[in-house]
Design a binder for this molecule. Sequence first.
Ligand code: BES
Ligand code: MN
Ligand code: ZN
Length: 499
Amino acid sequence: MAPEIELTTKKLGEIKDNCLVIAFFEDKLKPNDEINNFDKSINNIISNSIKNKDFKAEKNEIETFYLNNKNLKYLALLGLGKEKDFNLNKLMDTVSNLSKKLRNSDIKTFTLDLNSFKNKNFDHNTYLEKISQAAVLSMYQFNKFKTKDLDKIKSITKAAIIVDNKDLKKSQKIIDDAAIYTEAVNKTRDLINTPPNVATPVYVADYAQKTAKENNLKCTILDEKQIEKLGMGCIMAVAKGSVNKPRLVILEYNGNGSDKPIVLVGKGITFDTGGINVKPSSYMTTMKDDKAGACGVINILEACRKLKLKANVIGMAVLAENMVSDKAYKPDDVLTSHSGLTVEVTNTDAEGRLVLADALSYSLKYKPKAIIDIATLTGASIIALGYFASPVVGNDQKLIDQIKQASETSLEKIWQFPLWEEYSELIKSDIADVKHLNEGIDAGVMVGGIFLENFVEDIPWAHLDIGNTVWAKQEKGYTVKGATGFSVLLLLNLLRDWK
Ligand code: BES
Ligand code: MN
Ligand code: ZN
C-alpha cells in the first residue's frame, strides 16, 4: 500500500507522530531558531550530535534517535550533502532512501520538516511535488501474487509534510496532483508486473475498459475479427502464433472541446518470445515487460481525467502476444499493413514495430495534432544509452523539444537520436515496399524509428523507445526492482504543459 501524503501546519514542538525528520546540508549545519527551540525541548540532541560529529549531514546519512516522549517516538536527522551539489534527483534519492530506512525500522508514519530541505535553487511547489512523488514511488511493492508471510510485509502508511499556513492552499493542490501522478505510475508498474499467463491481451483490454468506465472515458475495443477486417495485416501476423487473440484499445479523453487530439500509442506485447526467431532464454525472462507502453498509456488516460487536463487525448493500446507455433508468422513473410504498404518480415522478434505500424496508421483517422508512441522497441536502446535514459526520435523538432522539456521536469532522462534519410536505405526491400529491419545490428534505434515514420504521413510524431528503462534489476532512488513506469510522469507533464 502506498503512503498517504498529508500536510500539516504544526510547529516542530507540536508534532505528534512516530518520527519527525529534519534535514541539513553538510555545509550549513547551523540549526535555525525553530529547530533550536525544539532542540532545547529534547535535551539538545541535535546540536550535540552536530557538535560531536555524530551527524555530519553527508548525502544520504540518516541518524535516528529514540526520544521516547509521548508525542514523538523518534527523531531522524537526514543529510542532504553539500548545498551547491544539491539537485532534484538528489532530493528524490534522499527522500526515497529515508523512506526505505524508516520502513525497515518498522516506522509506519513520519513527518518531514519541509523548511529544512529548502535552498534558493528550487521553489516551494517543486520541493513539495518531488518529495511527495519520491515518498510514494519508492514505497511501491508488488505483493499480489504472494500468499505467505503477508503479515511480515512492512509499509509506510502516511507521510506528513510541514508547510507554513500561508502556503497551505496551493500546497494542497500540489500534493493532490502529485498523488494522481504517482498513482498512474504505480498502477502502470502493477499492470506491467502482472505475469503473462494472467495479463493476456484480453485481460489488459478488460483493464482498460474498467478504467474507462470508472473515469467516464470513451472506450472502443477492437477484437481480432475487427482488426482483421480493418486490414491490419501486421497486427494479425504478430498475433497469429498465439491462442491469446489481439486487441486494439482506444480510450478517448475530451478535456478541450473540438480541439484536435494528441494521440498516444503504446506497444502492448503481453509476452515476447521472439516468435520463430526465438529469443535465447536469458533474453526472454522479463519479456512480460513488453506491454509497458500500453500499460502506461491506459493509466495516463485515467490521470488526464483526474487532473482535468485541458486537452483532448486519445490513448491506443495495441495488444498481442508474440509466440512460437505452427501458426506463427515467419521471417520472409510479406504482410500488407493497414496503410496498404507491404512489409517484408526479416526477423519475427522485431514484432513491436509491426503492431505499432498498424496502430499508427489507424490513428490518423482521428486527425491528431501530434502522435507519440511509447514502446519497448529495441535492445539497441541499452547499447546506445545504458539503463537510465531513453532514446527519442521523430519527424518534428518542436514536438521533440516539448518532450525534452517535459523530461527535464519529470527527471526521466531522454536523448534525441537522428532520423536521417540515409537510414531508410537500410530497410529497402527487394520484393516489398519496405523491410521492417536491416540485416545486422547497426543503428537499431534509428532503424526502428525510420520504419515507423512510414506510417504517420506528415503528422508531427515522436517515438520513445523505453526498451532500456522499462525494467530495473536493481533498486535505485525511487526506482524499485521490476517495472519502473518510466515515461508516465514525463508524458503527463507533456500533456499538462502542452503548447
Ligand atoms: N521487446 C524487444 C525489445 C527489448 C529487448 C525490450 C530487451 C527490452 C529489453 C523487441 O521486440 C525485440 O525483440 N527487439 C529486437 C529487435 C531485433 C530483432 C532487431 C532486439 O532489440 O533485440
Ligand atoms: Mn521482440
Ligand atoms: Zn518486443
